[in-house]
Design a protein around this ligand. Structure first.
Ligand SMILES: C[S@@+](CC[C@H](N)C(=O)[O-])C[C@H]1O[C@@H](n2cnc3c(N)ncnc32)[C@H](O)[C@@H]1O
Length: 195
């Protein structure tokens, strides 16, 4: 695993994936596994910044129509390979989450794991159909107290994730510091329905 850089320099995600970032992290996130059943069967779901597709492919395996958006070509290559190896299908889109290439109301579910561009929260909300389910988990600023330094611009304040999605009914929300597969994580987790 690459030693990750600190400070405010943007990460080179292609380089990270080439060097084995996410090796051994093929399982879907627990929050997704515990709440995926809320997304209507056969519905359309977007995974924003899907990485190598661990969560997108889990949803595809449940019969959902998944669109995975990701900026890194290396991650997309890995996602495509996993998809083929597992005999699954999904739409893979190379793009920038800052300009979401989706029409309003396109999805019955949107998932975001370990990615934060707070200014696109209204766009994420808009891509969901009314009644659609948002599943979102990412780091809190408190992560910097328990791990290597990350750019705080991409970390959440306590309570912030909830406040980014007004007009949603909260199904689950928690913030904590916990151990996940040997790593300490300070995260916020939100599951919410668009009203
Ligand atoms: C920490 S990884 C999380 C990947 C995946 N969601 C997961 O949890 O396994 C963050 C991902 O965001 C992607 N990314 C960073 N900036 C992006 C952008 N502007 N648009 C789309 N993807 C982006 C990176 O390439 C990387 O795959």
């Amino acid at each position: 695993m690459e030693k990750e850089r600190s400070g405010s320099e943007p990460p080179d995600w292609d380089d990270r994936y080439r060097k084995g970032y996410h090796d051994g992290a093929d399982e879907p996130h627990d929050l997704l596994v515990s709440h995926a059943g809320l997304i209507p069967a056969g519905g359309r779901v977007a995974d924003i910044a899907m990485g190598q597709g661990r969560d997108a492919l889990y949803l595809a395996s449940r019969g959902l129509h998944v669109t995975g958006l990701e900026h890194s070509w290396e991650a997309l290559k890995l996602a495509g390979e996993s998809m083929g190896a597992r005999g699954l299908s999904m739409d893979i889109v190379q793009g920038d989450a800052e300009r979401l290439p989706f029409k309003d109301g396109s999805f019955q579910g949107v998932i975001v794991f370990y990615f934060l561009l707070r200014q696109i929260a209204p766009d994420i909300a808009a891509t969901l159909d009314r009644g659609g389910i948002l599943i979102y988990e990412t780091f809190l600023k408190r992560q910097n107290e328990v791990d290597r330094p990350r750019n705080p611009a991409f970390l959440l304040d306590d309570g912030e994730l909830l406040s980014l999605f007004p007009g949603f009914e909260t199904i689950h929300y928690n913030e904590d510091v916990h151990r996940d597969r040997g790593k300490v994580r300070a995260t916020a987790r939100l599951v919410a329905r668009k009203i």
